[in-house]
Design a protein around this ligand. Structure first.
Ligand code: CO
Length: 144
């Protein structure tokens, strides 16, 4: 949750597509001693997600549930690697409307439910300099 009301947007997490979650997790935990927050299966996104604490942000390791999922297809085409970055926003509907008004190419025109019950929507990499961008409004966050 934003700890400052003026923080309209901040880095929530960096997500890395991996083929083997346990191996990737062992690396980040052993080498950097990053605390594991949780491991969650998000059926809607077709991934198993390990969330690691990185101070004021997170690393998410994404393991596809099958090759037919979006992350499975991503790995098949480009190999493992940076999948998306996520910025948390206070009012995702308003941010999406602003982007739509500006003619920005979106993957999701309306929010869907992601890990931890957050409302999320993706902005197309063609609009962002080549990186898939996730907007996220945390669960139980009030609209302003
Ligand atoms: Co994400």
């Amino acid at each position: 949750m934003p700890n400052n009301d003026s923080e309209r947007i901040r880095l929530d997490h960096v997500a890395i597509a991996v083929t083997n979650l346990d191996e990737a997790l062992a690396f980040y935990q052993k080498q950097f001693n990053l605390p594991l927050i949780d491991i969650e299966v998000v059926q809607e996104q077709g991934v198993r997600v390990a969330k690691l604490d990185l101070g004021n942000t997170h690393i998410e390791l994404l393991e596809p549930l099958s090759p037919e999922t979006p992350v499975g297809k991503f790995i098949a085409q480009r190999g493992p690697g940076l999948h998306h970055i996520c910025t948390s926003v206070n009012n995702i509907c308003q941010e999406l409307q602003n982007l739509k008004d500006a003619g920005t190419r979106l993957i999701d025109e309306t929010p869907k439910i992601g890990a931890g019950g957050a409302q999320i929507a993706f902005v197309h990499p063609k609009a962002t300099g080549g990186v898939l961008l996730e907007l996220s409004q945390l669960a139980n966050t009030e609209h302003k």
